[in-house]
Design a protein around this ligand. Structure first.
Ligand SMILES: [Zn+2]
Length: 431
């Protein structure tokens, strides 16, 4: 046995927040193959890294984003959610090109790696270009090509996307795909059913926006006498693994439809910035499978799951109780995203992929460290994230990204200029 790497004398924080000091983590071919408190040096070890003074945790997961929207970051400020969609984002998006998507996605990926993200779930158009960005950068991506059921070209797009899912699935253990029907309000029931049947056929999941605002829930009720959850249930949507983007305004009656593979991707910064309210999801945080997400950068202006987790805890405490939304619970919510994705990365344990974040908490913003989880959740930022590893490969090391970020930033700047030059087009959808 050849060991590619040994992380010597690490302090592990596992997915439940349990801490174990003095651990040696042995990695081979991208996988954790041994963890021991005994360190044995041998000549079949390629590299040893001293991790004394570092906390080693599973990577962070961003369970819902629109990575290419990094190219729109800051383009629509101080508007409500309706103007944000209808007067700003959708008109700009109607003129977006596949190159804008590619450089927006790359920009998102470098920001996410900087912030400790090892896997993300994405939802956007020109998904093949996002797949390219994932494969080129070393991160893990679960990509859902967006589908609008009410679009004139739905049948053609559905075929094209089904072909893409078939073609790209299984080409890398860092890439997975699933169907991305936009939402129950943009996908009529018969199109949702068709998408669910195809997801079952290909053995993939769904990623869909649901019950994001009070108005959406009311409109759905007035039109169909059903909630979004009931419509999706009618389409068979809960028979497959599902990422529910937001779903914050779910009601008591919606809870019965959820399966044990229904995961909620929650992004408090977007809800605050666009005045969407908190919905009911905070009330159910112990019983639902809540995961952390950032949403696309055009609303929260950052792709930082740690910031979102912090806001989730703080909003919960502000609204409900200081003794609830405890740090161990928030940590488990931060880790839950691994379970929603099919990458076998959910813990620092033998048999899991080596997707790890190395935290240096010996810094002014986090010292002294009485409680490492509190230091991470309430004090840390990307400066404390010293190394980031995916599949046993470092993507950030000694505080620096191992990707040519200058080139990506330069290209993203050029594309942002082109977006402004082209201006807004006409969007035939309405939020
Ligand atoms: Zn979204």
């Amino acid at each position: 046995m050849v060991y590619d790497l040994i992380l010597k004398n690490s302090t592990i924080i596992n997915k439940e927040g349990k801490i174990k000091q003095g651990q040696n983590i042995y990695i081979s071919q991208g996988e954790i193959i041994k963890i021991s408190d005994e360190f044995i040096n041998a000549n079949n070890i390629k590299e040893i890294i001293d991790c004394s003074n570092l906390f080693v945790t599973p990577g962070l997961v961003n369970l819902h984003t629109h990575s290419p929207m990094n190219i729109f970051k800051g383009i629509a400020e101080d508007v409500d959610i309706y103007d944000w969609f209808n007067k700003e984002i959708w008109p700009y998006e109607s003129k977006i090109t596949s190159d804008d998507v590619y450089y927006g996605a790359l920009l998102a990926i470098i920001e996410m790696i900087e912030n400790g993200v090892t896997a993300f779930a994405d939802h956007y158009f020109y998904a093949e270009r996002i797949c390219d960005a994932v494969l080129e950068t070393g991160i893990r991506g679960d990509i859902a090509p967006t589908l609008f059921g009410m679009a004139d070209n739905f049948e053609d797009e559905f075929k094209r996307i089904s072909h893409l899912i078939e073609k790209k699935s299984g080409i890398s253990n860092r890439l997975s795909l699933r169907y991305g029907p936009h939402s129950p309000y943009t996908c009529p029931l018969e199109t949702l059913k068709k998408i669910v049947d195809a997801a079952k056929y290909y053995g993939v999941g769904l990623h869909i926006h649901m019950s994001e605002t009070v108005k959406q829930v009311e409109d759905s009720f007035n039109t169909y006498n059903k909630t979004h959850f009931e419509i999706l249930y009618d389409a068979g949507g809960f028979d497959v693994p599902i990422i529910i983007a937001h779903g914050i305004w779910l009601s008591e009656r919606d809870l019965r439809y959820l399966s044990n593979t229904s995961y909620f991707a929650v992004s408090p910064k977007t809800y605050m910035k666009l005045s969407m309210g908190m919905g009911n999801i905070w009330k159910y945080y112990k019983q639902l499978k809540i995961c952390i997400a950032t949403d696309g950068a055009a609303s929260p202006n950052s792709l930082n799951p740690l910031e979102q987790a912090r806001l989730f805890a703080l909003l919960g405490k502000l609204t409900y109780k200081a003794t609830e939304y405890r740090i161990e619970e928030i940590w488990e919510i931060m880790m839950k995203g691994h379970e929603a994705l099919n990458f076998n990365t959910r813990d620092v344990e033998i048999g899991y992929k080596a997707d790890l974040v190395f935290w240096d908490l010996n810094k002014p913003n986090t010292m002294p460290v009485y409680n490492p989880l509190a230091s991470i959740i309430y004090s840390a930022d990307s400066r404390n994230i010293i190394h980031v590893m995916v599949n046993g490969v470092f993507l950030k090391r000694n505080g620096k990204l191992l990707i040519d970020t200058d080139e990506i930033i330069k290209k993203a700047y050029i594309h942002s200029k082109k977006i402004l030059e082209r201006g807004k087009g006409y969007a035939n959808i309405y939020f």
